[in-house]
Each structure stands twice: as C-alpha cells, then as structure tokens.
Design a protein around this ligand. Structure first.
Ligand SMILES: Cc1cc2nc3c(=O)[nH]c(=O)nc-3n(C[C@H](O)[C@H](O)[C@H](O)COP(=O)(O)OP(=O)(O)OC[C@H]3O[C@@H](n4cnc5c(N)ncnc54)[C@H](O)[C@@H]3O)c2cc1C
Length: 360
C-alpha cells in the first residue's frame, strides 16, 4: 500500500501557485490530475481529508454502465438518444478502467426483484435494454429473479485511488491534505492552511471534483444538488463465491458484493433512515445498520462476523443527471453522481481535464 502521508502533504508555508488546482482527491479528481500532470501541466490537488477521503475510499466498488437510473427509467426521463449515449460512453469508460486498473473484475452485475412488482419491473428493464441492443439476460438463480448485465464489473475503490495518487505524484503533481477548501473563484482557491489560517492559491484554472458536499464548495449548484449519507457494513472474509457478482435489490436501495479477498460488503437502506439521511454527517446510524443486519440475515449470512460499519456522503441531483458545469470563468465543476460515481465520475473528470488542456 502506498504511503499516503508522502503522497499528500500539508500545504507548505510558502505561497502555492499552479496551472490548475483540483479540489478533491477522490477517484474523479485524481483521474483528472493524472491526465493533466502527465500532459505536462503544473497541478496542485487539495483535499479536506486525504486521498480517497470521501466516498471514493468507502464505496461498494460496483462498476455499472449507464446513468444512475436503471436504463428503462433513464429512457423515460431523458429520452432514448440521451440514455443510450450515456450508456455507450460509460461502457467505453468501463473498458478503459478494465485496461488500467489491476483490481478490476468483469463479473457482471445482477438486478434482483425483491418482490413480484419489482420482478415485473426487471422484465420491463430487460426489454428496454434488448430494444436498445444492450447485452443483458434474464436471470433466475440463488439470488432470486431479475436480470444480469454481463458487461458490468467491480473494483477496489481505495486501491484505485492510491494507484492514481502514486501516478499523479510521479508525474509531478503536488497533492495536499488536510486542505479544506472554503471557496473557489476565477484564478483563486481559498483554503484553510495547516493551522486553520486562511490561504489563497492562485491558478489559471480550478477544477472542483467533489461529490458529497459539492453544494458547500460551489453554491451555484445548491438548488440542484443535495448530499445524502449512504451506509455499509463488511463481514470477515467468507469463502468465495458466496456472492459471485454485485447485486442490486429493492430498486437499487440495497446492494451487496463480495471482494476477491472474501469480505461481503453490503449497503443501502437509505429509505429506512428517511429524511435523517439528507445532509447528515458520515457516521453510521442505528436504524439503517439494523436494516443492513436484517439484509445480511436474509442472505443467510447472519452467522458471519461483521467487522466494519461505516457511512459516507454522496451528492444526488434533482435531474438525476451528473453535474458538468463551468459556473464562472476558469472554474470547472464535476460531481452529483447520485450514488453511481465510479464510472461516470472518472468519465466526466477526464472530460473536464481534456477541456482544460485544450484551452491551455
Ligand atoms: C456508501 C457508498 C457506496 C457507494 N457505492 C457505489 C458503487 O458501488 N458504485 C458507484 O459507482 N458509486 C458508488 N457510490 C458513489 C461513489 O462513491 C461516488 O459517486 C464517487 O466516489 C465519487 O467520487 P469523487 O471522486 O467524485 O468524489 P468523492 O469520493 O466524494 O471525493 C471527493 C473528495 O473531495 C474531498 N472534499 C470534499 N469537500 C471538500 C472541500 N471543501 N475541500 C477539499 N476537499 C473536499 C473529500 O474529502 C473527498 O476526498 C457510493 C457512495 C457511497 C457513499
């Protein structure tokens, strides 16, 4: 494992300047930093907590093609051309991740109906995918009935971030944490220094690549973005293949998968927590964790030791489309992945980085 204290150091006392400042050292920000630094730009990356200090270091590791909504819902909401365009762009990004990330596993994903209503919805979902020429199969197996998307996969999000941070530093980027950003504006980023002292970093361009809490850094998106807490637990390693591929249930509200190393990761229950999950701190709650325990029991795994319980924050948009905006000259913003940022986040952050390069 890379030594994060070496990869991300506190801000130095001397003034800091850069061609580009990237706010957020999750997978999205790090993807952009690698692309920009390897192209020769002088890049500074800032994070309030550290490398993978947000959801990128604490998520389920599902790698799913398409928008956050299921494909038939995305077609209904955004139209067929837009939904299909997002599908194909994210498939290309999945292919890139497969070639680039050692922890990537192309195991497919399952959507399982938790009851007859949802099983019917799975059939509608499958029919839309087939109409659009997307590879998907009806599924009837130990997990239940639903559909299998063979092209999806999973990875280890923390390993991904550490690998990207190592490459970023090797390419000359300077990563700093803890460095909480208070505000961004054209040509300058306001950040708290190591002693809480206000500091200003000058740069030609700023890219904000923050998901949970994006509305705090970029007030312009506050009307369309809101942050929710998502919760998970992990068991001690179990013999594989207890859960051979990532599974979604209850219309995506619950999910589980098993790591290559045997731990079963299980998450969801945001609806159980209700309004309390919005704008909440990244701490597990009793009600949602009890729901996750029940889900573990439903899977026949109540005997397994639970070794970790945690929460992290993710930004949801009212449009269910991710944010890719330029609210002020020289300020680029990506985020708001509605709980599905592993593929779309890297896609949009790299796209923003290419735009920055093109204007350099
Ligand atoms: C429990 C959970 C499970 C999930 N499971 C999946 C999944 O299986 N598949 C999937 O695709 N998506 C999943 N998601 C969503 C996914 O984790 C996120 O969409 C993705 O991590 C976004 O990556 P990011 O780099 O854009 O943002 P983040 O991971 O949020 O990283 C942003 C970084 O910015 C930093 N930051 C925030 N505010 C500031 C500030 N003011 N100043 C400086 N730094 C700041 C944070 O510390 C953080 O390190 C899940 C989310 C959660 C919470």
């Amino acid at each position: 494992m890379a030594d994060e204290t070496v990869l991300a150091a506190p801000l130095p006392v001397a003034p800091v300047r850069a061609d580009v400042v990237v706010v957020g050292l999750g997978a999205s920000g790090l993807e952009a930093i690698v692309l920009l630094a390897e192209a020769g730009l002088d890049v500074v990356g800032l994070d309030a907590n550290g490398i993978a200090g947000g959801a990128a270091g604490a998520n389920g590791g599902f790698l799913l093609a398409g928008l956050p909504d299921f494909h038939h819902e995305a077609v209904g909401r955004h139209g067929r051309p837009a939904a299909n365009s997002w599908w194909h762009r994210t498939v290309e990004e999945l292919d890139r991740l497969e070639a680039d990330e050692p922890s990537f596993q192309r195991v497919g994903s399952l959507r399982i109906g938790a009851d007859e209503d949802e099983e019917r919805d799975c059939l509608i979902h499958l029919a839309q995918m087939k109409r659009d020429g997307i590879d998907a199969l009806a599924y009837d197996g130990p997990e239940g009935r639903g559909l299998l998307v063979p092209g999806d996969g999973m990875f280890h999000p923390g390993q991904r971030c550490r690998g990207l941070a190592t490459r970023a530093v090797a390419a000359g980027a300077r990563l700093h944490a803890p460095a909480p950003v208070r505000a961004v504006d054209t040509g300058r980023t306001l950040v708290d220094g190591p002693a809480g002292d206000p500091r200003e970093i000058r740069s030609r361009v700023t890219l904000v690549a923050v998901d949970g809490g994006l509305e705090d850094v970029v007030p312009e998106v506050a009307g369309t973005v809101r942050t929710a807490r998502l919760q998970m637990l992990a068991t001690a390693p179990l013999p594989p293949p207890t859960v051979p591929r990532p599974v979604y249930r209850r219309f995506g509200l619950d999910w589980f998968q098993q790591r290559r190393t045997g731990e079963v990761l299980l998450g969801g229950g945001r609806d159980v927590g209700g309004d309390e999950e919005w704008d909440a701190p990244a701490e597990p709650s009793t009600a949602v964790q009890a729901h996750l325990d029940r889900l573990l029991a439903e899977l026949g795994l109540d005997w397994a030791a639970v070794t970790h319980r945690w929460a992290a924050r993710a930004a949801f948009t009212t449009t269910r489309l991710p944010i890719d905006a330029q609210p002020r000259a020289g300020v680029h913003v990506v985020g708001g992945y509605s709980g599905h940022g592993n593929v779309i986040g890297s896609l949009l952050a790299r796209q923003a980085a290419r735009r920055i390069l093109a204007s350099s």
